[in-house]
Design a protein around this ligand. Structure first.
Ligand code: 0R9
Length: 642
């Protein structure tokens, strides 16, 4: 890794504001106080190590979680400077940990700070939100240590030994009076560390969980960088080009891209700016898409694969089945969009466009067989798009001729404000019947589904429009699908999947969720998709109100509580619900549909990469990964009813 020869001294630190504000409004600084904010504490510290790696001085980061959720992060960089800071009169390392925004502009015009992106608030915020923090620096022949409690220094810098090594170690305990939970999820941290390792070629990251009797340890180091990333993303998919296409260019805006096509129909492009996942895309994505469309069309024309009479391939044809990761480093990134994850710097479009245009054109000329295989797929995607357009027109025309454009089976609600309304997508006609009778007609619509649902993982858009199971869902939701999907047109604020708590129900749920994920993703991102939770059991006794239990734990608890009131198990009637259809309309309303009392699970998508992997494994062609997934996850399945 190249070193940026930019010496950084104490005088460059900017001293701005105090830490009390952070403890008063933690959410403003760390995003939230949920488990997500808790994980951000680790990311903030790791980001500082990555900055040191990007500057060319750190090759290894070690993270460990110990008993009591104590976290240690250690790097082998230069060590945080220890000399006295001219403005604060304290050591630089103490300044960095006690003064908000004191990170300084290290690297100036030659480094790319990872921190400073989203939350990017750094070490001082982590310190303010920790019960205690201990920092150890190895630098200039000495080992130095400091300690803080809730952001306040309890031990300023002290030399505790001598060493020839350099590096920084930070150990902290997140404050349980601030966070809703202090229990880290190893898998979440592990996923982010893997991602950082992919994005920072050659950087070794080791993460260990020492909380359990059998500790877990993962080690990541990818010499292939983004090439390794797309290989990982496509591990369960059938590849078209075996070796990912790799583009790397240094310069004012360094660009790194890897591309691999698979036989799937979905488009998976992940974009990063300074290692931050730009979920909403932006100018780098724009430049990439434009160049891709141009290079493929130019090649197809000049090699007579597209004849004069043929129209150009469209972007969506060219992106069918693509898996790509685009990573750029931008010195002063401007983040826009709802979640501040859209890159706004206009100069980046041109940089990415010309880089991709140049490298990909050369690659195509040198690898005609690879292009041929990809172009074959693009052309059949283009034909399917044309068929889908016809199918869509047909649906539109048919709807225009009918008196009502809504599906016949849909029992709509009367309120005209979509945000007040919800639609229950119900499996089976009998459950649909109970739901129609039991609902609140003003705000609740019911759409019964029956028969075998299409697996969209194995079908193209043209098959989806014409599909008699999915078409009613598309029309009822009212916002189109795919690139045409328009969230502002949704007819219901809540789209609720109500399926049995058995294997068939789980199957329908997964098929519908796959459909929403692939064709109406903004509906999930916007938090409009929910799962209804019907009860599993009913306990009854004469003279006593029925008790509904939604889990096995609920049932055990209910038995225990009743026993304490002197009611023995034997006196109770236990009904095990096999399906929604067994409930009468009143019961269904009371247990599953009444907004005052029901339990709804909101479907969220923390991590699109993980979600893509799960849907590919569960619904795709490859059998082995599915078997593995089911075996690995079987222990989490409680309500299997076979
Ligand atoms: C384990 C977590 N690691 C860190 O937080 C960490 C911060 C850090 C760092 C520098 C080197 N390693 C680090 N690890 C550093 C050193 C020098 C210049 N810039 C950065 C140098 O020796 O000149 N720093 C991050 C901020 C600061 N140092 C500073 F503001 F104190 F300089």
């Amino acid at each position: 890794m190249e070193k940026y020869e930019h010496e950084y001294g104490a005088e460059q630190i900017q001293v701005l504001e105090g830490l009390e504000a952070v403890r008063k409004r933690p959410g403003m600084y760390i995003g939230s106080t949920s488990v997500r904010g808790l994980h951000h504490m680790v990311y903030e510290i790791v980001d500082n190590c990555v900055d040191e790696a990007l500057a060319g001085y750190c090759t290894e980061i070690n993270i460990s979680i110990e008993d009591g959720n104590i976290v240690t992060v250690e790097d082998n960089g230069r060590g945080i400077p220890v000399e006295t800071h001219p403005k604060t009169g304290k050591s630089t390392v103490e300044t960095v940990y006690t003064v908000l925004h004191a990170g300084g502009k290290f690297g100036g015009d030659s480094g790319y700070k990872v921190s400073g992106g989203l939350h990017g608030v750094g070490a001082s915020v982590v310190n303010a939100l920790s019960e205690w923090t201990e920092v150890t620096v190895q630098r200039e022949g000495g080992i130095y240590q400091l300690r803080f409690e809730k952001g306040k220094t309890t031990q300023s810098i002290k030399k505790i030994g001598e060493t020839k090594k350099t590096g920084t170690k930070v150990k902290f305990l997140a404050d349980s009076s601030i966070f809703e939970t202090t229990n880290y999820e190893f898998e979440t941290l592990e996923n982010r560390m893997r991602e950082i390792a992919f994005l920072t070629k050659g950087l070794k990251i080791v993460i260990e969980d020492k909380r359990e009797e059998t500790p877990k340890k993962s080690e990541f180091c990818f010499e292939g960088g983004l090439k390794s990333f797309v290989e990982y993303l496509n591990k369960n998919k059938e590849k078209i080009n075996k070796e990912p296409i790799y583009i790397e260019k240094d310069g004012n805006v360094p660009v790194e891209i890897a591309i691999q096509y698979t036989t799937s129909y979905s488009e998976n492009i992940y974009t990063f700016v300074n290692n931050i996942n730009t979920v909403e895309g932006g100018t780098h994505l724009e430049g990439f898409k434009r160049a891709l469309t141009k290079v493929f069309n130019d090649y197809a024309r000049s090699h007579k694969i597209l004849k004069e009479k043929d129209s150009n391939l469209q972007g969506e044809d060219i992106r069918e089945g693509i898996t790509a990761v685009v990573s750029v480093k931008v010195k002063e990134p401007q983040f826009e969009g709802q979640t501040k994850t859209k890159l706004g710097n206009s100069e980046v479009t041109g940089v990415v466009f010309s880089t991709v245009n140049e490298v990909l054109s050369t690659f195509f000329e040198e690898n005609p067989q690879v292009v041929k295989a990809i172009l074959d797929k693009c052309i059949s995607a283009s034909r399917a798009r044309e068929a889908a357009r016809k199918a869509r027109e047909l649906v539109r025309r048919k709807s225009a001729l009918e008196t009502t454009t809504l599906p016949g089976k849909l029992a709509d609600c009367s309120d005209k404000n979509p945000m007040n309304c919800e639609v229950f997508i119900v499996e089976g006609d009998s459950a649909g019947g109970s739901a129609k009778q039991g609902r609140d007609r003003k705000i609740q619509a019911i759409l019964p589904l029956w028969g075998k649902m299409l697996n969209v993982e194995k079908a193209r858009a043209d098959k989806i429009y014409g599909n008699d199971k999915l078409n009613p869902v598309i029309v009822a939701v009212g916002a189109g699908i795919g690139a045409d999907f328009d969230i502002t047109k949704i007819r219901y604020g809540k789209v609720i999947i109500m399926a049995d708590a058995d294997v068939d129900g789980a199957h329908i749920r997964t098929l519908l969720l796959t459909f929403f994920f692939r064709y109406m993703r903004p509906l999930i991102e916007n938090g409009n998709v929910y799962l209804a939770q019907p009860p599993l059991y009913k306990l009854s006794k004469k003279g006593m109100d029925d008790i509904y239990c939604y889990t096995d734990d609920d049932l055990t608890k209910a038995y225990k509580e009743l026993e304490e009131k002197g009611i023995a198990r034997e006196q109770l009637g236990l009904q095990r619900y096999k399906g929604l259809g067994e409930m009468n309309p009143e019961q269904l309303w009371e247990t599953t549909m009444n907004p005052e009392t029901r339990i709804l699970v909101k479907v969220t998508m923390e991590d699109a990469i993980k979600a893509d992997e799960i849907f590919t494994v569960l619904m795709g062609d490859e059998v082995e990964p599915r078997k593995d997934f089911i075996q690995k996850n079987a222990k989490y399945v409680k309500n299997l009813d076979v």
